[in-house]
Write a protein that binds this ligand. Structure first.
Ligand code: PLP
Length: 418
């Protein structure tokens, strides 16, 4: 903890946070959307900037006392622009979902059509799932992956786009283990006069590290989160072409948000600075190398991976031949101290609450300093747990090994291990 104040005011919450520190320290996190922000990021988030109202934008605030706030937001924007080579940046969105909704508000009229990836084949709730805001205000049409290759079939997607003529095409996924080349998507959008939005929530760190194709030259708008592979605070930002700048700003504030979270914007600035350091490229390279190595071990252990492998930070195991559901597998692994999430495989016969797959990613383990050698061990442990679902003692034995490995790779050096 950064200070002792919490302990003095609210022991109940303080104790729960201490226990969560222990849990994070003593388990292996393979959830690809999770990561460990640096203490510098956490410190900015926990700062007095929390106390300031700053509705509006730099130089155009609705409150006095914003000179320093303006400097902070300016630095965040400048760093993001440099890092991603974008013409325009808005750093105010509170979340990835909020950023996406602001883009729909900026670019579309009610009723206009969105073409996005099906949720059960790797898409995201905010791309128009039933019950979501875009579902209510727009016509949603989904593309999927090819049944055989489990990858995007651009000929099929082009055909669908020409038939449906959406106003906006969204490329971006929560569980797609392969590289996405954005140029052909731009061509499809141009052929039908649609906007192209890239939702880079998951891969934005890889993009900053130069280990994934860059969407900025091709997309009208790119949305991204800061808490995933970028390893910053929980939040989001929008990159866009200059021509959309004013529409995007208005859609964020006052369109869909009120006062910006200045403590989070300061933490985003810190995150962008960390991501500009040459060591961040090494980090991203290692995430991908670790994921490939984990995939190799799992294939050796006899598991089928969706698309057969991975090019990025995540992979999906198809458990249908193991006679295990994704839900069961995730619970068994948690007993062994390995934290994953259940995930649909393409054309999954089981519902999203059960699923036939689990999704694994390496950003968090790589932040702890783990390399290929540790991925081989962890892959074997996952194999042992999933192939022996009825043997509790195996999960207990692995749990002890997991704790040993966690001790060797502390999340925050100098934090108490107990
Ligand atoms: C994580 C994610 C988001 C944003 O999620 P929030 O939890 O709202 O920040 C948006 N799109 C995709 C594809 C994601 O994976």
């Amino acid at each position: 903890m950064i200070t002792d104040s919490l302990k003095n005011v609210d022991q109940e919450i303080e104790r729960l946070i201490q226990r969560e520190i222990y849990r994070q320290q003593h388990t292996l996190v393979l959830i690809p959307s999770e990561n460990y922000a640096s203490l510098a990021v956490l410190e900015a988030q926990g700062s007095v900037l929390n106390n300031k109202y700053a509705e509006g934008y730099i130089g155009k605030r609705y409150y006095q006392g914003c000179k320093l706030i303006d400097e902070i937001e300016y630095i965040a924007i400048k760093r993001a622009k440099e890092l991603f080579g974008a013409e325009y940046v808005n750093v105010q969105p509170h979340s990835g979902t909020g950023a996406n909704i602001a883009v729909y508000q900026a670019l579309l009229k009610p009723g206009e059509k969105i073409l996005s990836l099906k949720l059960t084949q790797g898409g995201h709730l905010s791309h128009g799932k039933e019950g979501s805001l875009p579902f209510k205000y727009h016509t949603i049409v989904n593309y999927g992956v090819d049944r055989k290759t489990e990858r995007f079939d651009l000929d099929e997607i082009r055909k669908l786009a020409k038939k449906e003529k959406p106003r906006l095409i969204i490329v971006g996924a929560s569980s797609y283990p392969r590289r996405i080349d954005f140029k052909p998507w731009r061509e499809i959008a141009d052929e039908i006069g649609a906007y192209l939005m890239v939702d880079a929530a998951h891969i934005i760190g890889l993009i900053a590290g130069g280990v994934h194709p860059d969407p900025v030259p091709y997309a009208d708008v790119v949305t991204a989160t800061t808490q995933k592979t970028l390893r910053g605070p929980r939040g989001a930002f929008i990159l866009c072409r200059k021509e959309f700048a004013s529409a995007i700003d208005k859609a964020v504030f006052p369109g869909t948000q009120g006062g910006p979270f200045m403590h989070i914007i300061a933490a985003k600035a810190v995150c962008f600075k960390e991501a500009s350091d040459p060591s961040f490229k090494d980090y991203q390279r290692q995430i991908v190398a670790n994921c490939r190595s984990l995939a190799d071990v799992l294939v050796n252990e006899g598991f089928r991976l969706v698309t057969g492998g991975t090019d990025n930070h995540l992979l999906i195991i198809d458990l249908s031949s193991q006679k295990l559901t994704g839900e069961q597998a995730a619970i068994l692994l948690e007993e062994a101290g390995i934290i994953v999430n259940k995930n649909c495989i393409p054309f999954d016969p089981l519902p999203p609450s059960i699923t036939s797959g689990i999704r694994l990613g390496t950003p968090a383990l790589t932040t702890r300093g783990m390399k290929e050698e540790q991925m081989r061990l962890i892959g074997q442990w996952i194999g042992e747990v999933l192939k022996n679902p009825h043997k509790k003692q195996i999960r207990e034995k692995i749990r002890t090994k997991v704790e040993g490995l966690c001790r060797d790779f502390p999340i925050y050096k100098g934090f108490s291990q107990e």
